[in-house]
Design a protein around this ligand. Structure first.
Ligand code: ADP
Ligand code: ADP
Length: 225
């Protein structure tokens, strides 16, 4: 897994909108970092810059001690998990999860191992032969997350992944996310509006406002006063 470092990261959009300003943060290996703050404060932009989906205007991004090149797009080996997900409707759950490994010519036996391990963590082992139409919303999302896990990314970037789910599912998915964090030793950067998610999942919480970091502290420190 990975450690990341952002140094004086700024983002100004073409229309002049300053979305993120002088963002400084070290993200340790196996950190479950939560980004919170009011709508429009720059959370998604920060996540998208880390993912390489949005250009960084100025500053430095380091991943595992390597300085990322900001002008030449570069494979960062990070996985972005969205709230909406796309599964291949004609493929089984097993084949959906295995898909990204198949196109990389990973040996069959390793694909099977990785798919089964991901399915176990997400409690969908019994669904491997099903097609997406026969899955509930929560099950589909688990499959989508499974297809990310098997790639063994350096870090997971998640933008409100549970916001479309009902309260019961959200509670269940929090457990799965916690397992991904602990059992895979994953580094996770997670945007949410949900204080319960922030408190139960986060090892560190960063509060943003108007493009800058207002506070950064472990949840027990932040929510104790
Ligand atoms: P959050 O995720 O915290 O809701 P965003 O990162 O989406 O905030 O947005 C931060 C600011 O940047 C907002 O003022 C938003 O309107 C602006 N913004 C986002 N994307 C663009 C864009 N493509 N062009 C111009 N401004 C943008
Ligand atoms: P096991 O007995 O270890 O549970 P199998 O012997 O059933 O696994 O697996 C045989 C082959 O079928 C493997 O190469 C595996 O990649 C593939 N496979 C296993 N389960 C599924 C599934 N649900 N859908 C598609 N292919 C599968």
């Amino acid at each position: 897994m990975a450690s990341l470092s952002l140094v004086n990261v700024c983002k100004t959009f073409k229309n002049g909108q300053i979305a993120v300003k002088d963002f400084n943060l070290d993200i340790k290996d196996e950190e479950f970092l939560i980004l919170v703050g009011p709508s429009g404060c720059g959370k998604s932009t920060t996540l998208r810059m880390i993912a390489g989906l949005e250009e960084i205007s100025s500053g430095e991004l380091w991943i595992d001690g390597a300085l990322m090149n900001l002008t030449v797009p570069q494979k960062r080996d990070l996985a972005m998990v969205f709230q909406s997900y796309a599964l291949y409707p004609h493929l089984t759950v097993y084949e959906n999860i295995a898909f990204s490994l198949r196109v990389r010519n990973i040996p069959q036996i390793e694909i099977e191992e990785r798919v089964k391990k991901a399915a176990d963590i997400l409690c969908i082992r019994h669904l491997l032969d099903r097609k997406p139409f026969a899955l509930s919303g929560g099950q589909k999302q688990r499959v989508a997350i499974g297809s990310v896990i098997v790639r063994k990314p350096k870090a997971y970037l998640m933008d409100e992944p549970l916001s479309n789910l009902d309260a019961k599912l959200r509670t269940q998915m929090r457990v799965e996310l916690s397992k991904i964090h602990k059992e895979l030793g994953a580094t996770i950067i997670y945007v949410t509006h949900d204080q319960v998610e922030a408190m139960t999942l986060g090892t560190k919480i960063v509060v943003m406002n108007a493009g800058v970091i207002q506070q950064a502290a472990p949840p027990e420190v932040l929510y104790n006063n």
